[in-house]
Design a protein around this ligand. Sequence first.
Ligand code: PLP
Length: 375
Amino acid sequence: MRATHATVDLARLRSNLGVLAGAAGPEVPLCLAVKANAYGHGITAGARAAVDAGVSMLGVATVDEAVSLRDAAVAAPVLLLGLPSADDIGELVASGAQTMVADLALARELSAAAGAVDARVAVHIKVDTGMGRIGCPPERAGELWAAVAELPHLDVAGIATHFARADEEQLDYTRGQLARFLAACDDCGTAVRHAANSAALLRLPESRLDMARPGIAAYGIRPSRYLPAETELLPALRWTTRIVQMKQVAAGTGFSYGHRYHTRATTWIATLPVGYGDGYRRGLSDRAQVAIGGRRYPVVGTICMDQCLVDIGPRPTAAVGDEVTLIGDPPAPSAEELAAWLETIPYEVLTGIAARVPRRYEGDHLRGSDPVDGP
Ligand SMILES: Cc1ncc(COP(=O)(O)O)c(C=O)c1O
């Protein structure tokens, strides 16, 4: 196992899913977004834990992700949240996944591809109520629904929309999207209506409808700064490494590419085997902090592809082999804090943890509590 790895606490994932299920209530099933490697947590383990915890459906962004869940025999229907491209349709049909459709041309292609292998595909009519990304206009939904329902190898299983601003303090725009969506649903036949992402599920009860599609909250990240404080979400991912070298250096020594950092006094510098090739982004250079032995230290100098440096200070209060937490519980920085340093959102920080960073899993009651290496 590489010194640099991410540990995912599946008990925390289950606890967060419990919070979401509690908010949704017994009548509203959850479709958990496990796209982008379950937001960096590992798609197979994340999906298995979610199904174990009662999640009814899994949302993916690519047909490859759907195929990986099928190959791992994950026991829940999979929904492609985006639209398949023409090249993907055969594989999508073979994967058994459900998909969004936003126009009749795609629906016809899907039906033909399914018919060619004597299969059926369940589709969800995607309505663009104000996200501006994918979906048919609300006023065309009824017409599309009727035409798709006529196609011989498709089943219309759902009707969906996606909120653009459910994390904001004011929810007026989201309420407007919901109203446009419900009007579109009235023009369609009966199908599972779903719209709510994490923020809407937790903040706008009337948006929960027949199914909710949370993502980020399940991984323990607050989906909106306006979420009530009592909603307890536990970050499921911890990112750690270990010091590989310690050296004492004189004042005025330059470090790493470009020597953008010079020591001001005699100090100890620790080298960490993690860099932007692992998703520890170069933009964190001279901004980020890490935790070692319960204290924070600054990341100094340019972050390299595979290594970076930490200024430990005048005394060697850390040693080669010590664990260093890049993302974790206090006093370590959170994913939100890294996101703030990078002027981005925690979604990007978590999904940016590279594939070469091994994922380990703990808190899995099926396998005991010792960390195990993930698929
Ligand atoms: C269509 C769709 N539904 C649901 C989600 C989950 O959103 P969140 O992670 O904000 O809960 C996403 C994520 O981007 C999405 O694209």
